[in-house]
Design a protein around this ligand. Structure first.
Ligand SMILES: Nc1ncnc2c1ncn2[C@@H]1O[C@H](COP(=O)(O)OP(=O)(O)OP(=O)(O)O)[C@@H](O)[C@H]1O
Ligand SMILES: [Mg+2]
Length: 379
């Protein structure tokens, strides 16, 4: 059976919505982990990859900035070329297992590939890619990292090589940037300054649009005439592939809303993170992106509930040798309870999607056994 036949076969068996992350991992073709900074998105992406591979699928995890030790666990050390999928060892051993591959996103190579694909000729592509302005700004274009992450997702998906592509989001100021990346690209192509810069030479001379002439005047003052020429040239060359870029942005946008796509929102119970995750869940629902699940990571486990008798017994111990442990227990209970209260609205916003709480572990997750353990907790 080919991969596509297998997918169709699976599709017919799975009409109902996912009830658990195990379902999500088994059925999705694309998973995006997103959420506030530092809550465990990269770790969750890797652990979902482990779970999927161990359920027999051929998975690639596209990661952006794994912590050094997680990168090592995924075999993504300096000797591995960026942008190349790399088989992760030690995850899949049984005959029924699939494969876990990891890939470090390289935004520049992803854009190069996009330009070459969309350009009518090699010359057109070179005109964009060799332009000094492109070379200067390609790494730092605002929102470019987010767009390249979803663009790479699209490239890997259409290659047909993978059952599942998991994309970890770049640490951005706003998690929501990822959802809006394709629309931003289209917005950029429609911006008056961009439009003015890309019209033909003669029309260009006649342009009196205040915004663009001010812009050019300012750039000329600040950076000299050569950079203006290069900039105009860059936008002109980009105009050759504009149709292609627009089409692709639409396709990516559609793919992100596809039936086989799942967004997994990761948060911690900390108030700032919860606020941002709530905002993100709202946007996901609003813009009709498919939510696969909510992971609340780094949560303090709720200690055992005490009966009145227990409390009485413990209060007798207050002055004894266990007083310190007792205080500690009370502090943990207070913290864990406060965290639960913080999470009520967030978990409601997840609606029907599965919610998984992951404890704050006392060790960093930085090796394959750590990921296997986390994968088991997730699914
Ligand atoms: N449940 C957990 N218990 C203990 N440590 C954890 C847990 N989950 C993640 N960590 C650790 O927290 C750190 C941050 O995790 P990670 O890099 O996955 O976060 P992130 O959301 O991707 O961050 P960024 O926004 O910077 O990309 C890592 O060192 C990771 O090992
Ligand atoms: Mg990360």
């Amino acid at each position: 059976m080919t991969r596509t036949e297998q997918r169709n076969d699976e599709q017919q068996n799975d009409e109902h919505p996912a009830a658990s992350l195990a379902d999500v991992v088994r059925r999705s073709e694309l998973i995006l982990t997103c959420g506030p900074g530092g809550v465990g998105k990269t770790t969750t992406a890797a652990a979902l990859g482990v779970a999927a591979a161990r359920s027999g699928r051929k998975v690639v995890v596209v990661t952006v900035d794994p912590a050094r030790r997680l990168a090592d666990a995924l075999g993504l050390d300096d000797s591995v070329a960026a942008d190349e999928p790399h088989l992760v060892k030690g995850v899949t051993k049984r005959a029924t297992d699939g494969e876990l591959w990891a890939l470090m996103l390289d935004a520049e190579q992803t854009f190069d590939r996009l330009v070459r694909e969309q350009a009518g000729s090699r010359k057109q592509a070179d005109a964009v890619l060799n332009n000094p302005v492109y070379q200067a700004i390609s790494g730092s274009l605002s929102g470019a990292q987010e767009y390249m992450a979803v663009e790479r997702l699209h490239q890997l998906h259409v290659s047909g090589d993978w059952d599942l592509v998991i994309v970890d989001t770049p640490p951005s100021r706003h998690a929501i940037d990822l959802l809006e990346a394709p629309d931003r690209l289209v917005g950029f192509l429609s911006h008056p300054v961009y439009r003015a810069l890309t019209v033909g030479q003669r029309t260009f001379a006649k342009i009196t649009d205040a915004a663009s002439s001010m812009f050019l005047w300012a750039v000329k003052r600040l950076a000299g005439p050569q950079i203006v020429e290069d900039t105009v040239e860059f936008f002109r060359s980009l105009a050759n592939i504009e149709g292609g870029l627009r089409r692709r942005a639409k396709e990516v946008s559609r793919l992100l809303r596809g039936e086989r796509t799942s967004f997994v929102v990761v948060s911690s119970p900390r108030a700032e993170a919860v606020g941002e995750a709530e905002h993100l869940l709202d946007a996901i629902a609003d813009k009709h992106f498919p939510l696969g699940g909510l992971v609340v990571n780094l949560i303090h486990p709720l200690p055992l509930e005490l009966t009145d008798d227990d409390e009485q017994l413990l209060s007798d111990l207050d002055d004894g040798p266990l007083a310190e442990q007792l205080d500690w227990h009370r502090e943990l209970t207070r913290l864990a309870t406060a965290e639960r209260n913080e999470l009520v609205t967030l978990e409601k916003l997840a609606g029907e999607a599965p919610v998984i709480e992951l404890p704050l572990l006392d060790v960093d997750i930085h090796d394959v056994p750590g990921l296997v353990d986390l994968a088991a907790r997730l699914v």
